[in-house]
Design a binder for this molecule. Structure first.
Ligand code: BGC
Length: 252
């Protein structure tokens, strides 16, 4: 079978579910993305119905046998969702890939949201061409992590939950913690991000950190305040990385 040049990526987040067809040569969206609200009770059935509506909107843009790439903010092992830190707890143990495949009537590939974003940044974005160990971190409601070594993804790395100074790191260093506690950029960077990234670099010795999540648009306000030996750069794809990475992985 020839490698597809277009694939649909759908990114499930705590507040919105977004999807678009992606040009796999460039990583560009081929149509404006569709965004629908994540259902208040974000159960597997409710989320699958919304994902189905997005897939339907782009049905004419895809070959009928195309696999659809879908992300979720949790660990996904062999198509089964294992954790659900920021979505409905009924996802834990749910056969997510089968649920989406049935709802969409097509094959689906389900991946962790940060893993998808990491693949997108490595293939098309801020880590394009980077060798060695790249760590993508997404700072949002939680902290997502993708580990890529020489471009190869090591999936389901949950170091956003690393214990740092006695706390689950994401409860202190995610951008949601900055908002919740009303922290300014300087306090957040020096007191929360600095110990998190320093712990990561001391344990893993990466070659590059890439920082994604909505707040990466303001990277100039906090990345220059960090004192790290590892180069650290903002993500390039911003809020399309999950869509693009899911689409890319679905075509592999
Ligand atoms: C979850 C990860 C997810 C990250 C970003 C964390 O709370 O444990 O699986 O990638 O949030 O959504």
């Amino acid at each position: 079978m020839a490698t597809p040049t277009v694939a649909l990526g759908i990114d499930i987040g705590g507040s919105g579910i977004k999807g678009a067809p992606v040009d796999l040569t460039t990583g560009a969206l081929l149509q404006p993305r569709q965004k629908l609200l994540t259902p208040a009770a974000s159960t597997p059935q409710a989320v699958a119905a919304v994902v189905g509506r997005i897939a339907e909107a782009f049905a004419d843009d895809l070959p009928s046998d195309a696999t659809i790439g879908v992300t979720i903010p949790g660990v996904v092992q062999h198509g089964v969702v294992r954790t659900a830190a920021n979505i409905d707890k009924s996802w834990v143990g749910a056969p997510g890939e089968d649920i989406f495949s049935q709802a969409l009537g097509r094959r689906c590939l389900l991946v962790n949201d940060a893993d998808a974003a990491g693949v997108a940044e490595q293939r098309y974005g801020a880590a394009r061409g980077a060798q060695g160990l790249v760590i993508l971190t997404t700072l949002g409601t939680g902290i997502g992590i993708a580990l890529l070594h020489n471009g190869v993804l090591i999936p389901n790395c949950e170091l956003g939950h690393l214990e740092v100074n006695g706390h689950d790191a994401e409860t202190r260093a995610a951008s949601s913690a900055k908002e919740r506690e009303g922290l300014g950029y300087k306090t957040w960077a020096t007191e929360r991000l600095q110990p998190f990234y320093a712990t990561l670099e001391n344990l893993l010795w990466p070659d590059l950190f890439v920082v994604g999540g909505g707040i990466s648009r303001k990277a100039d306000r906090f990345l220059p305040l960090l004192r790290l030996r590892t180069p650290i750069v903002p993500a390039a794809l911003e809020n399309t990385a999950g869509i693009v990475g899911a689409a890319a992985l679905s075509a592999d």
